[in-house]
Design a protein around this ligand. Sequence first.
Ligand code: AMP
Length: 447
Amino acid sequence: MKNFEDLGLSPALAKSLVHMKYTKPTPIQARAIPLALDGHDIMGTAQTGTGKTAAFAIPLVEKLLTDPRGSALVLTPTRELGKQIMDIMQQLLGPKSSIKTAFIIGGESMGKQVNQLRARPRLIVGTPGRINDHLERGNMMLHDTHFLVLDETDRMLDMGFTVQLERIFKYMPDKRQTLMFSATLPKNILKMSEKYMHNPQRIAVGETNVVARNIQQDVIRIEQNNKYPALLEQLENRSGSVIVFVKTKHGADRMARNLRRDGVQSDALHGDLRQNKRDRVMQNFRKQTFRVLIATDIAARGLDVPHIEHVVNYDLPQVAEDFIHRMGRTARAGAEGSAISFVSDQDSRKWHAIERLLNPDAANDRGHQNKRRPQNGKKGKPSRHKSSRGNKPHNGKAQNGKSQDGKPHNGKPHNGKPQSDKPRNGKPQNNKQGNKKRFHRNKKKAA
Ligand code: AMP
């Protein structure tokens, strides 16, 4: 399949694709769409920003258009991702579509959702918790819904939605088509797919444990207390939109406040905000009303804001895999991006887990080196560790807050050559579970 015309899609959908300027399918689309149109179950893994949403949305909309009685359910971990999916679905359906939809997420009025459900929507997009609420209250019927999509499945399971998902499956017919997408394939997902899917076709596009090649990564070794002034310096020296990841909801609010006090336009996004506030923050960030979004890992996955140029890991993620998802917020659709990670002594354990995930051979190698050789970074002063493009953040010499040429950043991504003491060029491993370390067995995450 070279272009969308080869698929013989319904004229309305073909027109929407032209309107959206989708001419050539991305690799995941080229593989998933024909299989889904043929009725296969799909178990798909793909890097973020690969066009995964349209890979399931195009066959889903085609089914709705060609089968007047067909209906579909899309489950997603967060409200923001749900909204993005809904936007793509609406664009694919087109402005004149008579197909009714419902957006069923937590934090919004039940009454409004009940009205949407009474109108017999043929497409429902939502988060598992709220969908369960409606099913249990008898507001929603799924016995006729034969098309199911699970997006970001690993994230849903990490957030503790396993039981909710299994309950939802029980309300659906056994004979259905299920498309499951996940960034990683841990055992619990494979088990779930064995139990609830019919001979799923496996599709893996790209390496899932790899940060996109066009992201320049910098690592700054720094004391915890110096992170905030270093952040201010980075923000001053860089241009363009920035997303800063922090550990806690409270920390996100506080940092946004402090940055505003220090003259930086910023706002916070986390799971404790009311839905309309979350929507407003995202809307304003998309419109570039403010420049710096401070977020918990609720924003690590899937958010598609093309103008984000820099990702800052102010706090490292609790789960190493989220590092890759955070990186995926920049360098969208082939653009360039940069990422900075602040690593303090307290972060060492998390940082090693991230290194092991990204580059297991080199991380092991460095583990031995570190035993012999103390760190270069001077206490109290930020030291920058510049990385080559791709997966390998590495040990550079202390730079005292300056880039390697001794000058501060000019706002553009670095193009510097890798340092001589970078770890050996171990190939990033493809999805080997043995290399993934989770810090918290506790499934409920801070976001
Ligand atoms: P996703 O991985 O679904 O978040 O998509 C990443 C970005 O790629 C989004 O901005 C999509 O609108 C865009 N995109 C997806 N598929 C295509 C395509 N076939 N042609 C052009 N842009 C696309």
